[in-house]
Design a protein around this ligand. Structure first.
Ligand SMILES: [Zn+2]
Length: 296
């Protein structure tokens, strides 16, 4: 059994851990009309998604909507498009070209996750352009009796969008509201080069808070039911971690040394022992941003 769990009226979640990845993955299903799958995750989850969809009676989902095209959020869309030949894949303009021709995406995934990423996450396959619906900020999708509002949240990466279910006021926030690495961890910024933009990231958080969501559906396992408090905390933490890294960059320290400092800082101040890959991603992402803005 795929074991889907109902969260709230018509919204279901499937949670999976995969070997070699730290945080769990959450795939969401909206059961209303023909239904939709939000945040399909990497291709390795496809058999579970197929089974869960069957369990929920979603034989022809209307839409598959990844929040953004990074491997751990949308790696499986190519394979899912084959399995569900009537389903439309929803992406924004920045994401569309990489979904149709994933060669650059595969290249950057290799750099981030290693040459053999497929053995852990499964392959990234292209989606024919005719299968896409390209959306922009403010667009609304109708799924059964509900409307999904698309909010462009480019701070994590230009191709990132958040999806607000106006019926339940549940927000599929992807990585726009940071990451909660595990139970008991505080929310920390989700930072990856080269797309991360600190200024836009904070702006996205303010925009999402203004929607007054009731629930936050994170992509790596967690659901948060005190959105306003959580968003304020993640904004604060995003600024703190950025200021910490910038100070060492200005002092001319090496990337390796800064990774060590940030690791200690997050462990001691936030009780969040991140692994080497996560620390590197944070340091590289902030460094790229500060350089781009001439701030170091
Ligand atoms: Zn991402």
């Amino acid at each position: 059994m795929a074991q889907v769990e109902q969260l709230i009226d018509g919204i279901y979640r499937l949670e999976r851990r995969i070997d070699g990845a730290n945080a769990p993955f959450a795939v969401y299903f909206i059961k209303d009309g023909d239904g939709a799958i939000v945040e399909p995750g990497p291709a390795v989850l496809v058999p579970d998604i197929r089974e869960a969809a069957k369990e929920l009676g979603l034989s022809k989902p209307q839409y598959i909507i990844p929040t953004h095209i990074h491997l751990d959020h949308a790696g499986g869309v190519g394979r899912l498009a084959e399995i569900f030949p009537d389903t439309t894949i929803v992406v924004n303009r920045q994401g569309a070209k990489h979904i149709v021709d994933p060669s650059r995406l595969i290249e950057s995934t290799r750099m981030a996750f290693g040459d053999d990423f497929e053995s852990t996450y499964g392959p990234i396959l292209p989606v024919p352009e005719s299968r896409l619906r390209v959306v922009s900020d403010g667009d609304r999708l109708t799924v059964g009796n509900r409307e999904l509002l698309i909010i462009h949240t480019p701070g994590h990466a230009g191709h990132h969008m958040s999806i607000f279910d106006t019926k339940t006021k549940g927000l599929f926030c992807g990585e726009a509201l940071g990451l909660i690495y595990g139970p008991g961890y505080p929310p920390l910024p989700a930072v990856a080069p080269p797309g991360f933009d600190l200024e836009l990231y904070l702006k996205d958080m303010k925009n999402l808070m203004a929607l007054k969501p009731r629930l936050l559906f994170y992509s790596h396992g967690t659901i948060a039911d005190e959105p306003e408090k959580l968003i304020k905390t993640v904004m604060e933490n995003t600024r703190l971690v950025g200021a910490f890294i910038r100070r060492y960059l200005k002092a001319g320290e090496s990337e390796e040394a800064i990774i060590g400092h940030v690791g200690d800082y997050l462990r001691d101040q936030f009780n969040a022992p991140l692994d080497e890959y996560e620390l590197m991603s944070n340091v590289k992402g902030y460094t790229h941003y500060f350089r781009k803005k001439g701030l170091i």
